[in-house]
Design a protein around this ligand. Structure first.
Ligand SMILES: Cc1cc2nc3c(=O)[nH]c(=O)nc-3n(C[C@H](O)[C@H](O)[C@H](O)COP(=O)(O)O)c2cc1C
Length: 202
């Protein structure tokens, strides 16, 4: 299995370092319902503004509900369908635009939903699974396909499965799969007490 641990400027937990977004998935290896529940439970325990828990998920397990899986799959951009066709599970992550308590707009809902999905990604690493987020999908189509209410935002699809060899991908995707992972340096991202004053990293 190809691993691409983060090359870090400071120590981080190995769970974080080993999370990445492979596209080579094993279409033959099933993900159990217990594993999917574990991923969703991880999302459940994410922090949220006012404890509003503004995330919702549509779970589409191919083995259990082929029709739902096909609905989700049909919403994906073609560039994602090429590889996500091997994902035994697709999750649709949804943000509630308003606080359920009082109906006021919740400007942190998308932020919180992203945190919940990151929990899914990290729990997937802990379980030896892959969770690969996709913004490349037709959100309006997903809204219609799953009969979602107006006051939500369909944020991302997440492909879940077991990793496969990069050789299972076409040449272009294979090159992307094996490419080095890159990040901006800490000094470009983090400032010392004022905007754009780089932190010291040594
Ligand atoms: C909100 C979001 C949307 C993304 N959309 C796609 C996508 O449509 N297709 C895809 O292959 N990867 C997608 N990705 C994965 C990113 O390309 C990937 O996280 C990024 O390149 C960093 O690589 P890493 O996750 O391996 O560290 C998405 C990631 C996020 C967080």
């Amino acid at each position: 299995m190809l691993t691409k641990p983060a090359i870090t400027q400071a120590d981080i937990h190995e769970l974080l370092a080993h999370r990445w977004s492979p596209r080579a998935l094993d279409g033959e290896k099933a993900v159990s319902h217990a594993q999917v529940l574990s991923l969703l439970e991880a999302a459940r325990w994410a922090p949220s503004c006012f404890g509003a828990e503004p995330w919702r998920f549509i779970m589409c397990e191919r083995q259990q509900n082929e029709a739902a899986w096909q609905q989700a799959f049909s919403c994906l951009a073609e560039a994602n369908q090429v590889w996500a066709k091997n994902a035994p599970v697709l999750l649709l992550a949804i943000a509630l635009n308003e606080f359920t308590l009082n109906g006021n707009p919740n400007r942190w809902a998308q932020y919180d939903t992203g945190a919940a999905v990151e929990n899914i990604c990290l729990q997937a690493v802990a379980l030896g699974l892959v969770a690969h987020q996709m913004g490349g999908f037709d959100a309006d189509k997903a809204k219609a396909a799953f009969n979602l209410p107006d006051n939500i935002t369909a944020m991302a699809m997440v492909a879940v499965g077991y990793q496969a060899s990069p050789d299972s991908l076409g040449e272009e995707l294979k090159q992307r799969e094996i490419a080095e992972r890159k990040r901006l340096p800490l000094t470009e991202l983090c400032f010392d007490g004022q905007w754009q004053k780089p932190i010291q990293t040594a």
